[in-house]
Design a protein around this ligand. Sequence first.
Ligand code: SF4
Length: 269
Amino acid sequence: MDTVTRKSLIYRTGIGGKGAYAATHVVGCSHGCRFPCYAFLMMQRFGKVASYEEWCRPRLVANALQLAQKELPRLRDKARSVHLSFATDAFMYQQPEVTALTLQLMRLINSYDIPVHTLTKGVIPEEALQLSRANQFGITLVSVDENFWTRYEPGTAPYPERIAALCRAHDRGFHSFVNMEPYPTPNIWQQDVLRVLEAVDFVDEVRLGQLNYNDTVKQYPGWKAFYRRTGVIARDWCTEHGIAYEGIAAAEVRHVRHAASDPRDLFGA
Ligand code: SF4
């Protein structure tokens, strides 16, 4: 796999509250989501990748561990968590080198008593479940329809594999969450939000967010009302099932992953 080098790795992010940090240890993502991927759009806009094809050929940050070793001592008392990652996928499907680097980083960050929160459309590996119980694991899941997967998430792990790995993390006692974002409007994909929720009824937390950067959304008549309705359904379903809920129609709306409007929240300065 090709590599790049960076000048810094771990950065303070506005997503996730006080003490939230994040790192982007890979440039690009072979999952190649076609919503399109917000991280790809931002990376292209800021000149970090030239094309979709280049984005789909991930490059490891070769000096990620050295940078983390240098940066972590001063974060020991400040960081409540490090998120991997807002601009790539921590357990990229069938990319063992990415997973290996993520695991090395997790071990290093945990050695400073800082928990890691990972988010993936791949498969959470068994090795990650041997690490600190303070770590949290999440998957992104906006549909359980195989045709949606083929069309919009061509390089990601199939839904059953993705969900089963999160379920294993939950069963081992890790905090587990599902990011239902970017959730599609019916003119992009017709589906029942309850089907998606029921597929992950074991999780501790659900976060629902709308699709913000695809003009097709606004062509759907009453798209704002659609998102409000969907949010209310998801919120009420979570309440009935004793699952924490964040996002559209939550009492307190906070940012979730792709709601980031500041590129520094995605990949640092
Ligand atoms: S998995 Fe996430 S980072 Fe990777 S292409 Fe899809 S949306 Fe982008």
